[in-house]
Design a protein around this ligand. Structure first.
Ligand code: NAP
Ligand code: GLV
Length: 306
């Protein structure tokens, strides 16, 4: 069995030795043009040439949760595409989103500014019932986030395509219930996959439906959000602020207005990082399961796009 590794912006060495330790005797190497064909690939944003040269792949393992970049390419016909299935990401995402929600709700950003000016000032406590949080996408990450935010006694709404039952979360489903979800939400968290249905979903019309004083936390993909519409709604006062971890172009270009907007907090696509050891163990386990002819979790539905 041969594995090829083709992950942009990733130091291959520790990954290759990790796989060799998990699958003794495996033939694994970093891909270079003209390399021999492999049975399985471990990838992040590979070039089309890589896939064109590997028509016999049986499994393509993405070292992230989101497969949007991969699905834009022409894939080998028989290959299953397999995403990372949590692998330590959901707890990171829950930490990040809870931090952003609480920072906004408790006005820690305002306290930081006051302290920088040497100012000792109290702000009036706010009611968490006035800050219902809505999580779009209730998959591996979104469900964990919704449950975690609910632990802090915020009212929590969730929205997904098919709906599901989650303790402490009021769940809306499908396009017909999006309006009701938004009208019931003040702090909006995006954890949708990027697909043709969800691209540009956070536009002026949609964000206008959030409660006045709304707040946007985008931790999914930059192309879910129409940048100029967010800025217009922040400047009009309908929205109070945003925490943005993902952007249409990454790194966020130096001239982009998000960097300097006083109501926007920028982080560099770091809300849930791929953890190497967990990921290697998970992918190796799935490769061995496929070799035995067993089913594996995290296989992407190519028609649905996630
Ligand atoms: P997932 O398990 O595939 O779940 C996706 C959820 O979105 C599901 O609940 C699905 O509904 C819902 N959904 C999909 N299309 C929809 C639509 N058109 N309308 C309504 N709901 C829809 O995804 P995940 O693992 O939670 O990850 C979500 C995304 O987070 C990834 O795709 C990736 O882009 C992003 N991400 C970002 C970072 C970061 O560091 N910023 C890290 C990891 C992942 P159903 O349940 O009904 O199918
Ligand atoms: C990161 O953005 C991922 O999709 O895992």
């Amino acid at each position: 069995m041969r594995i090829t590794f083709c992950c942009s912006q990733t130091n291959a060495g520790p990954w290759l030795s990790g796989f060799r330790a998990e699958i003794p005797g495996v033939d694994i190497s970093e891909w270079a043009a003209g390399a021999p064909e492999a049975d399985y690939a471990v990838v992040w944003a590979p070039p089309q040439q890589f896939l064109d040269e590997q028509p016999g792949l049986r499994g393509i393992f993405n070292i992230g949760a989101g497969v949007d970049a991969l699905l834009q390419l022409k894939l080998p016909p028989a290959a299953k595409v397999v995403r990372l299935d949590d692998a330590g990401m959901s707890v990171q995402m829950a930490e990040f989103v809870c931090h952003a929600v609480i920072r906004h709700f408790r006005e820690f950003d305002g306290y930081e500014q006051d302290v920088a000016l040497g100012k000792w000032s109290y702000r009036k406590p706010r009611l968490r019932t006035d800050f219902p949080v809505g999580v779009m996408g209730l998959g591996v990450l979104g469900e964990r986030v919704a449950r975690s935010v609910a632990q802090f006694d915020f009212p929590v709404n969730g929205w997904s395509r098919s709906g599901k039952s989650i303790d402490g979360v009021r769940v809306f489903c499908g396009a017909s219930q999006l309006h009701g979800f938004l009208a019931a939400t003040r702090v909006l968290v995006c954890l949708l996959p990027l697909t043709p249905d969800t691209r540009d979903i956070m536009d002026h019309e949609m964000l206008s439906l959030l409660r006045p004083g709304g707040y946007v936390i985008n931790v999914a993909r930059g192309a879910h959000l129409v940048d100029s519409d967010l800025i217009a709604l922040l400047d009009s006062g309908h929205l109070a602020g945003a925490t943005l971890d993902v952007f249409r172009t990454e790194p966020l270009p130096a001239e982009h207005p998000f960097w300097r907007h006083p109501k926007i907090t920028v982080t560099p696509h770091t809300s849930a990082r791929t953890l190497r050891e967990e990921s290697i163990a998970q992918i190796a386990g799935k490769i061995l399961a496929l070799q035995r002819g067993e089913p594996v979790a995290g296989v992407v539905d190519l028609a649905r796009g996630y």
